[in-house]
Design a protein around this ligand. Sequence first.
Ligand SMILES: Nc1ncnc2c1ncn2[C@@H]1O[C@H](COP(=O)(O)OP(=O)(O)OP(=O)(O)O)[C@@H](O)[C@H]1O
Ligand SMILES: [Mg+2]
Length: 392
Amino acid sequence: MGQVNRQLDPAQTGWEAEKLDADLRKRIVGQDAAIEQIISIYQTNLAGMSSVGRPIGNFLFLGPTGSGKTRLVEATAESLLGDGRAVIKIDCAEFQHSHEIAKLIGSPPGYLGHRETHPLLSQEVLNQYHTERFKLSFVLFDEIEKASDSLWNLLLGILDKATLTLGDNRRVDFSRALIFMTSNLGASEMGSMLRPNVGFAASDTERRNASGIVDEKLNDKVARAGLEAARRKFTPEFMNRIDKTVVFRPLGEAELRRILTLELNMVQQRVFSSATGAPFVFSLTDAAKEFLLREGTDMKYGARHLKRAIERNLVHPLSNLIATQQVRGGDLIRVDFDASGSRLTFFKEAEDMPAYAMVQMVDISLAPPMGVLSTGAAVEPPRTANAKSSRR
Ligand SMILES: Nc1ncnc2c1ncn2[C@@H]1O[C@H](COP(=O)(O)OP(=O)(O)OP(=O)(O)O)[C@@H](O)[C@H]1O
Ligand SMILES: [Mg+2]
């Protein structure tokens, strides 16, 4: 036995948790506190220290609409299971009556339609996205403040004992599940505290005081307002079963700006993996980006409004250009802003670009553009190509 007296650092995280942390920070803007809570639960699980007979983690996400609550859950599934769709979503508002609860857990044997009902929350459903490496399930209960009493009782059982009893008495084990619950409770109070009567919420940058330090007092006050609203609405019995409660911040202009870059990148990934198999690259001028930001800024709907502005002003026109073959595989499209018509304009800057040149023009670190190299686009550099790389 060698005796030592070396101080250890319990704040350090292992490489797997660090990788998840880095992945989430790339995808989620302005919600670092929420990311930290996920990492902490994940690290506990990796170390084999999760409580026995309970879900791996029970999270309550509060905060305004379009602030990234659902996106964070999807991004975690994306990073760990390779698929953001691996999240089982239960919209609590849809399960108000007993016959709707039967959709979740199936009806007892003997009831009409017993054989036809496949419960939405069976063990098979829960395990369907398990991978060789990760036997994890992601379950998301949205708008829990709208849950009926019977759904609420099911939920309490899941949170406490990691079990759910189906209509035919089979048991579903949730001990390999991460349970996320979301609610918009307190969101309006939080919004008005940050900047009353103005369209934008203050971003982190704007929440700094005169000496440039983030006004943590205001941030704490906002978070407390969210928590208090939850405590007023939910019973202590419920709140005690939650491992981590996180109040998501309203997004400000600086955050929306970063989300715009992320969303444009995702549209580009969509082009690369689209079924038409004719990948091309598009690039927006600063004026085009400013236009999308202006169009997509609405404090009430957070980044949701921004996404809609991108669909309407960029994705739909691009789809028309593809359908009419004005845009083809191998093209480089510049997207600019026409102030007089108050709309985006589209110009072809190059054509016949090889796949490898297109891949170099976009940031593929967020989601690799699947299939771009197998789409039939020219892989050898063509003699005529003079693509000017205008990186976004
Ligand atoms: N913090 C964020 N970082 C990156 N993208 C975000 C963020 N917040 C929102 N988005 C983008 O906006 C979309 C809508 O956000 P999301 O679905 O996460 O909202 P929500 O907080 O769950 O809202 P709701 O309460 O209405 O369900 C996401 O799919 C994502 O593209
Ligand atoms: Mg949501």
